[in-house]
Design a protein around this ligand. Sequence first.
Ligand code: F6R
Length: 608
Amino acid sequence: MCGIVGFIGKKPAAPVLLDGLSKLEYRGYDSSGIAVYDGSTIQVKKAKGRLKVLSELTHDGATMPGTVGIGHTRWATHGEPSDVNAHPHYNKAGTIAVVHNGIIENYLKIKKRLQAKGYEFLSETDTEVVAHLLDYYYKGEPLEAISQVLYRLDGSYAFGILFADHPDKVYAVRKDSPLIAGIGRDGNLIASDVPAVLKYTRDIYFIGNGEIAELSLDAIAFYNTDGESIEKEAKHIDWDENAAEKGGYEHFMLKEMYEQPKTVRDTISPRLKDNDIVIEELGMTDEEIRAIDRIRVVACGSAYHVGVSAKYIFEGMARLPMEVDTASEFRYRNPILGEKELVIIISQSGETADSLAALREAKEHGNLTLGIVNVVGSSIAREADRVMYTWAGPEIAVATTKAYSAQLVAMYLLAIKFARVNGRLSDGQLKEYITDLKKLPEQIEMLLNNDERLQKFANRYVAAKDVFFIGRGIDYAISMEASLKLKEISYIHSDAYAAGELKHGTISLIEEGRLVGAILTQKDLYKKTMSNIVECSTRGAFILAVTNEENTEIEKIADYVIYIPQTNPYFTNSLAIIPMQLFAYYVAVGKGCDVDKPRNLAKSVTVE
Ligand code: F6R
């Protein structure tokens, strides 16, 4: 996924741009480039491959003097990865330079029109039309030209723009693709993601759709597309600068897995008050909570898996019906929503295009919406009626671990709150739940400490071709996430099955040596899943079982067993997923995969 950085300040821009881009490397990219105004013209340098190539080409920025510039890491969509397709793109005179994230859907139509007017194109990208279109409309007024261009674009975009005859300004504008502006000590910045600017500032403006930011040395002004000034307030972000560093770990993913005890603690503890669950952000009275007769979770990927787990908890504990939808399906299904249905959108980034569209769809239906979001000020956080933040800090590895864990506990808190208000929990049960919630961070830590044993086991499976994960109830939800973790970072095909479904077809794939990961944390379903394990093991499968401490007799059937400590059955997902994350990680490392940036994947999926 592409990354944008821009800087205007008192010191050389190129090193700041290169440093900022390095913090966005985790998003995945195949080329990079920077444009810097050198006092008379805009200099552009671009290179296919890693950022290192661009750094070498510019001697770490030293050959590009100037204090104003924009930079980009590109993940090819229109046109192959190459020097010429890399951003920035510019007009023929080289007086306007543009970097772009997103997709211009009508670029071919615009390109044809521009070609008919004599414009020549160097690249195959959709972005280059923007540079020429700006040139076409530019009559000395950047704001006017930008507005004219925006009226003509379809799609999603975030732009950083330089005009050579306004060298004391950097412009930024976006629609449905994230972009922020930061107030730094030695200058002001733009970026597509917060970690890029953390070294320079924590005071951040989240640029809204259709808002144009105009950065100068000592100010950031905002305008709408009619050129009218807009008042905006900066938000202070508490994220630690080191959060965007590996801190001695080999990969961000490993570091983030080890941050899970803290993440879970930070998400739970502000909501525990006087032995009760207090979720002020919900902004709902008990009466309003009681009025809700159904909940719908809409999310993508791992966040969707959190929803699947939550369904068992809300329905079991709070006796409240819950539907769970993948956002990409929900948004085009013309869904039927009940009048008293609360719609919860779960999203780490708060920018996932499908989840954002689903949120808007729910709002159009007039339903109350709640965002469970990690990135403060992100689009979903801004647009949802209510926001409950997960306090996971920046998650850099593409495959989520700590944000997933934080989302899970946020859903536990909500379920307990709803159950309590709806009269489904006694004082004693509430007390027990809270006690178990408080123990989770320590228990997660314990499981993480088991990683050497898991590493050895994982090394035996680096050559696996297919892996199955099975479970029932919440264990099925855990299996889904375990399977996704393994396949996305190790490229080993894997599937998750509700254990009872195996014999309806999939069991024909079980053969000698096939690895089957079985999750058995639910006491009432233990025996049922055990019989499914037996069905697999008699067909030669190798059984990896994750179960509760007391189930030691499983060792007679399973080949490798991981025990999780005692907790409430509703909370087992938080524990059982830890060894599964470690397993996926070590298989991927053993295979030599790029764990933090798996192929073809983006951290924040801002396109459909
Ligand atoms: C998998 C993963 C993805 C995300 C999904 C939603 O490890 O990270 O499946 O969970 O893309 O992203 P957010 O939560 O940002 O909406």
